[in-house]
Design a protein around this ligand. Structure first.
Ligand SMILES: [Zn+2]
Length: 491
């Protein structure tokens, strides 16, 4: 009896596993390859990495945060183990179910694959009857053309199926690329959305050639070309003709707008922050600097300033970013002073300022700085509010401001270098780390470590009222500069 049962179970298992087999078929070869799959109740999950390898996506797995990144041309997807959130081209989105881990890889329901991995020119289809994912690569030699706004112009990317010769002509307002013997799907290769100085993209199929035409809003400088053989991607930098040549009276390029700045003096109340040799506390130094900074910014046009605290009170980290979100801040600046543990020699040899924007720490030192600032969570009443999952999710949401946050850090670094010669910067002036205080801010956000309280030379400066004003003034200059760049960016 029991033997019958075992045979039955084995047979059932066999039937189930055969049933769950999934194939992937490329139209060109007609060959089917099998893809790792797992049946969970009525849902078939397939290996994301198996799919990637068969349709030309590159992938990488970050063990620390259990993140799978898949990339092809301009399409980028990030999946997280046991998490239904994912990132598509820097935007956080949600799947109906979480990605599961099995056999050392992440899996997703097979019916979600086409929508996630189809891209311009190559389409995926799930055929439930034959349990096959059908992959149809573009038959055209020009697969796609798209624009991306860059700081000083636009990057035009043209994906090709094969390396084919081309030439170009520029006759304002058109920039035309002519591909000899090329073919193009004129319905796919077009875009009427304006990106920077590019008004639209269109394509034309001729008898012996194909054309991609870019309509411009400005005269441009000689375009610069780059071709990536591996991915058959043609990249063309398009820069507007130097603005200096234009008459100054042209007001259109600058869109004056009010900017809301939230300044966050670190620590406060029962949380003193770092404490210096003579009992000087980080919370007091940063409050002074922040107050000066607020005064300076209030004098500037079109800037509204808020402080998360203007007295010696304790504010949980999360309330600080919540405050900034409520004020609809355009920039969040958290101000701190650094500290290091260890011997006197170590303390005396470590000094300088450093700027951070939110991200995973890139090195041990940045990780330590983040851990030290994050330690305040232990002083807060509800530390469970900061669960790991939430950390990841909020972190992702902040992702889209990474570039701006990094820009602010670079500006801060420049201004400090220029005006605060008496304090050296610590290694690289800009770092990336996962600070709680920056987590949850839905805007560009940076953390300024003004200097080391544990270093006697830095402490002497940081405790000096005149120096505090100088620091505030350097931060103010960086913010004003950021505002200018921001306004031009809105052109
Ligand atoms: Zn601090």
């Amino acid at each position: 009896m029991s033997r019958v049962k075992i045979v039955f179970i084995i047979m059932l298992f066999f039937v189930l596993s055969v049933d769950s087999q999934v194939f992937l078929k490329k139209d060109s070869s007609g060959k089917k390859v099998s893809v790792l799959s797992v049946q969970m109740e009525s849902v078939t999950f397939v290996s994301i990495t198996d799919i990637c390898e068969n349709i030309g996506y590159r992938w990488s797995w970050d063990r620390n945060i259990q993140q799978l990144t898949c990339k092809k041309n301009k399409r980028k997807l990030d999946f997280f183990q046991d998490n239904s959130f994912f990132i598509l081209d820097s935007k956080v989105k949600q799947l109906p179910v979480a990605a599961i881990r099995h056999g050392g890889t992440l899996l997703l329901p097979v019916n979600l694959i086409p929508e996630l991995f189809s891209e311009q020119g190559s389409e995926l289809k799930w055929n439930a009857g034959t349990r096959t994912i059908e992959y149809n690569k573009s038959k055209h030699s020009i697969i796609s053309a798209s624009c991306e706004k860059k700081k000083n112009g636009v990057l035009l990317t043209i994906e090709l199926a094969d390396s084919i010769p081309f030439d170009y002509t520029y006759f304002y307002p058109n920039l035309i690329f002519n591909f000899v013997k090329g073919t193009v799907d004129t319905q796919t290769v077009k875009d009427n959305n304006r990106v920077g100085i590019v008004k639209s993209i269109s394509s034309i199929q001729y008898k012996n050639s194909a054309q991609v035409s870019v309509m411009l809003a400005n005269h441009i400088e000689e375009p610069v070309f780059d071709y990536v053989q591996d991915t058959r991607t043609l990249m063309i930098s398009i820069k507007p003709l130097s603005i200096k040549k234009k008459p100054v009276t042209s007001q259109k390029t600058i869109n004056k707008r009010n900017m809301v700045i939230v300044i966050d003096p670190g620590h406060g109340g029962k949380d003193p922050g770092a404490i210096g040799a003579n009992g000087i506390k980080e919370k007091d130094i940063v409050l002074n600097i922040s107050a000066h900074l607020a005064d300076l910014l209030k004098k500037k046009d079109d800037i509204t300033v808020y402080l998360t605290r203007d007295t010696d009170v304790f504010i949980p980290l999360r309330d600080r970013t919540k405050f900034a979100n409520e004020k609809k801040a355009d920039l969040f600046v958290s101000i701190h002073a650094n500290a290091i543990s260890g011997s006197k020699t170590r303390k005396e040899s470590t000094r300088g300022y450093k700027f951070y924007f939110l991200s995973q720490a890139k090195n041990e030192e940045d990780k330590l700085a983040a851990m030290r600032e994050n330690a305040v969570i232990e002083l807060e009443e509800q530390p469970q509010n900061y669960s790991h999952l939430q950390n990841v999710l909020i972190d992702l949401a902040g992702n889209e401001y990474l570039k701006e946050s990094q820009d602010v850090c670079i500006l801060l670094d420049q201004k400090f270098n220029a005006s605060l010669k008496s304090i050296p910067k610590l290694h690289l002036g800009v770092g990336q780390a996962n600070f709680w205080v920056l987590n949850g801010a839905f805007m560009p956000s940076v953390l300024v470590e003004t200097g080391f309280i544990t270093n006697s030379s830095d402490l002497k400066l940081l405790a000096d009222k005149k120096y505090q004003k100088k620091v505030a003034s350097a931060i103010c200059d960086a913010i004003v500069n950021f505002k200018k760049e921001y306004e031009i960016g809105y052109e």
